[in-house]
Ligand binder design. Structure first.
Ligand SMILES: [Zn+2]
Ligand SMILES: [Zn+2]
Length: 248
């Protein structure tokens, strides 16, 4: 079966609980969250709406563009529900980050302006972009958070608040306007440095992420190094006190 339609098949699955745990993270009657089969970062999930009777059709749900050309209020409802589901997913990812790495870092939520797979899916991806599956310029640029191909959910939602004319222009999502972005130079999204090729970019991203881990460890150490911190909340101070007692 075509890999392009696999998301649609997952979305249509009447019994998501039957999906293996390597595929499924979470689901409700309306949504399911699955692991991206080719993760482009340490954490990379997809939130998909499940088609329901009396709601939007499969073809209306085939992508962001088809969704945005539905009745505005219907499209907004789906996006708001996707946003709520993505929040839950982010929370699960954060917990997992803390458990595995001892700290949490940014998680982006958004769509590709021109999707490569059938069925609308919201990417929930950690900002490290460190993954063996991130192999080429197209992969990287499609998730670069400032380039424009990756449309943050917040941005898409903001279009609904704009003048109808602006919304009408945005919702077209013309591939010819977005696809050239994938060919742009490789630029580190954190420090804007231009990298000549994928191996150097990947090394650089790893270094940036290592630095972030170090900063987080440093912050944690400072936080735990006793009371008197200007930024420590009462609860935190109390907790430190209790831990202090336990340590003695
Ligand atoms: Zn995608
Ligand atoms: Zn950098």
């Amino acid at each position: 079966m075509s890999t392009l339609t696999i998301l649609r098949r997952h979305a249509q699955n009447p019994d998501p609980a039957s999906l293996p745990p390597s595929v499924l993270l979470d689901y409700t009657d309306s949504y399911l969250t699955i692991f991206d089969a080719y993760p482009k970062a340490t954490f990379h999930l997809l939130v998909l709406p499940r088609p329901k009777d009396g709601s939007l059709t499969l073809s209306e749900l085939s992508g962001l563009r088809s969704l945005l050309s539905c009745q505005k209020k219907d499209a907004k409802k789906i996006l708001d529900e996707l946003a709520a589901q993505a929040e839950k997913t982010k929370e699960l990812v954060r917990e997992e980050m803390v458990q595995r790495y001892g700290y949490s870092w940014d998680i982006w939520v958004g769509f590709h302006a021109v999707p490569s797979m059938e069925h609308i899916h919201l990417h929930v991806i950690s900002s490290d972009l460190c993954s063996p599956k991130l192999k080429n310029k197209k992969h990287y640029n499609s998730f670069h958070p400032k380039l424009g191909f990756f449309l943050h959910l917040e941005e898409v939602l903001s279009w609904f608040e704009e003048e109808p004319k602006y919304f009408a222009t945005k919702k077209r999502l013309k591939p010819s306007e977005y696809e050239p972005l994938l060919k742009e130079s490789l630029v580190c999204w954190r420090c804007d440095r231009i990298l000549p090729n994928m191996p150097t970019l990947k090394n650089h991203l790893q270094e940036e992420w290592d630095k972030e881990a170090k900063r987080a460890a440093e912050k944690k150490r400072k936080r735990e190094s006793g009371p008197g911190q200007a930024d420590s909340f009462a609860g935190n101070a109390k907790k430190q006190h209790v831990e202090g007692v336990e340590e003695i």
